[in-house]
Design a protein around this ligand. Structure first.
Ligand code: AOF
Ligand code: ZN
Length: 392
């Protein structure tokens, strides 16, 4: 990907670094996505991106590829070069040694072991440091890493396919061939979301109703299989469910204490891991689940659950992002809503909990977005046969 164009701005070079970083998708976690470009006289000399199994950081790989041409060059990277000793030595020392004259970085590293120290070290070595270029894009790219490293839990994204009357499933079980609410395009986008996630989580109600696979079917490489997680206090997971039949040490079930050992053993024999957690009011603590997942270096979690688990996660303030896929259909008031059960809360309460104008603005923005998407979908999609999914 050698770039020989006449003049590129810092922003354009940073776009290239971001594009490179994205190539590490599903390959860099639990490390951040990082791309680096070495540029001399506005011409690319070398580039690289980080993958966890490749161990070396993006800057070091790019500097190695640049060799002597790095002297006096500018290094573009979407993340502050590290200053600490982890699995590798500090990138800042490699940058200084290579004779880089200028470093352009989009954002500081959220890792408390680095956070600002990398920039400081470079400036001490008289290297010009420019930050904040394409910062918003860079922060969005590594939001899961930042959440994980700063809060000790994965970034949680709630995903749901809805009808225009806000229903995620019909009253009765779906008829064959009418399983889906949303379009093929929306489902392809969900596959992308799964590919970008370290784990996907659902409740036993959804498993019993839909018998989902919850796999990443993009066909793109990933260094660890997508971890499929089920909340199942009573360990009701059927041995003939798709999750169990296709388990390859990538299914983790959180159950309550005092579960019959025989069932646990049978699941374990089929490559399904079971982990008991204390229950409160018949529910497994989502906080505890997220903590356990974070310990396993799960930085991002896609919540693909039913109304009860959705409501519980929202009520606990554990949902960071929401993807709602609206289909031009209606299911009626009797059908299953997005949030329901003991944990169901109204939008008003969410706004009150947030207690900040920014959150209210975000909700209003969501409503506007939904209206816009609905309008676009209705305009583009035309009549589409209703396909229903049944979830509890
Ligand atoms: C960079 N460039 O390409 C990456 C960075 O154990 P290690 O040595 O791999 O260090 C991991 C930490 O380094 C990670 O938590 C983050 O702070 C930073 N990642 N830094 O300069 C890179 N991947
Ligand atoms: Zn580094």
């Amino acid at each position: 990907m050698s770039v020989q164009t006449a003049t590129r701005t810092d922003q354009q070079w940073m776009d290239l670094a971001l594009e490179l970083a994205r190539q590490g998708e599903a390959l860099a976690s639990p490390n951040p996505l990082v791309g680096a470009v070495v540029v001399r006289e506005n011409t690319e000399v070398a580039h690289a991106f980080h993958t966890y199994d490749g161990i070396k950081h993006a800057e070091v790989l790019a500097l190695e590829a640049a060799g002597a041409a790095a002297r006096g060059a500018t290094l573009y990277t979407n993340l502050e070069p590290c200053s600490h000793h982890g699995r590798t030595g500090p990138c800042v020392e490699a940058i200084i040694e290579a004779g880089i004259g200028r470093v352009v970085a989009a954002m500081p590293d959220s890792n408390p072991n680095v956070n600002g120290r990398g920039f400081e070290r470079l400036r001490t070595a008289s290297i010009e440091v420019v930050t904040g270029i394409r910062e918003e894009e860079a922060r969005r790219l590594n939001e899961a890493f930042a959440c994980w490293v700063l809060t000790g839990r994965p970034l949680v994204t709630l995903k749901a396919g809805l009808t225009l009357d806000g229903r995620i499933a019909g009253v009765s079980a779906p008829t064959p061939g009418h399983r889906w609410i949303t379009s093929e395009e929306s489902r392809a986008q969900v596959q992308r979301l799964r590919h970008q996630s370290d784990a996907v989580l659902t409740g036993i109600g959804t498993v019993l109703a839909d018998d989902p696979y919850l796999t990443d079917r993009t066909g793109e490489p990933r260094r660890r299989p997508l971890l499929r997680v089920v909340l199942d206090a009573g360990l009701r997971l059927p041995l003939d469910s798709q999750l169990v039949r296709n388990a390859q040490n990538d299914v983790l079930v959180f159950c309550g204490e005092d579960i019959w050992m025989g069932k646990r053993l049978r699941l374990e024999q089929r490559g399904v891991e079971t982990l008991e957690l204390k229950e409160a009011a018949g529910r497994i603590s989502l906080h505890a689940v997220l903590g356990k997942l974070a310990e396993r270096q799960i930085t991002s979690l896609l919540l693909e659950a039913g109304a009860q688990v959705n409501a519980y996660a929202v009520e606990m303030g554990l949902v960071d992002k929401v993807w709602l896929f609206y289909a031009p259909k209606f299911l009626g008031a009797e059908a299953v809503p997005l949030l329901a059960g003991p944990g169901a809360i109204s939008t008003t309460i969410i706004a009150a909990q947030a207690g900040a104008a920014a959150h209210i603005a975000a909700i209003l923005a969501c409503i506007l977005l939904v209206c816009a998407l609905t309008w676009i979908t209705l305009k583009l999609a035309g009549p589409i046969g209703a396909r229903m999914a049944s979830r509890t």
